[in-house]
Design a protein. Sequence first.
Lengths: 112, 111
Amino acid sequence: GENVEQHPSTLSVQEGDSAVIKCTYSDSASNYFPWYKQELGKRPQLIIDIRSNVGEKKDQRIAVTLNKTAKHFSLHITETQPEDSAVYFCAASRTGANNLFFGTGTRLTVIP
Amino acid sequence: NAGVTQTPKFQVLKTGQSMTLQCAQDMNHEYMSWYRQDPGMGLRLIHYSVGAGITDQGEVPNGYNVSRSTTEDFPLRLLSAAPSQTSVYFCASGSVSRGYTFGSGTRLTVV
């Protein structure tokens, strides 16, 4: 099955700085890569996703890049704010199989 | 449109007891799944279903049973609870083309 690795496990940044979280995947057939934000005691919430026919996608301060050849994708958060503090999970899936495979998470702390 | 509804939100079981975690969705999704979340291990797939009457095992199926008699419901059963099953459980439904929606989770403690 798919194996998703995520780094770093913890990340602290000053408010206003950028944060980058990286993930690699093993199954070359994977074609859907969502990112989830999970606040303490809450459910994972989708913040952005990318499909394999696209190399980059942006939504305001959040962007995701995908390198299919290297089988890695990254989450970029610019101008970080204290409310960005949470655990972020990357995941991978593929059309037809539909199972989501998750990375182990990154705890992001934005220091005011 | 309630999305994905999970019950209960919290549960404490004694070792050896059985229980069923309920999951229901009103989005007409064919695919539904159960995950467990443990510290430092992300979300791991327990069981999944691609439609009524069809279920299959995920990464960590031991100790859990599922059934899918309707499109809407996908209950998860613990037949004989063990302390190793202490975790937070999430139900999810959706697809690659439509995205995935998670329930609010069940925090289970087995003593």
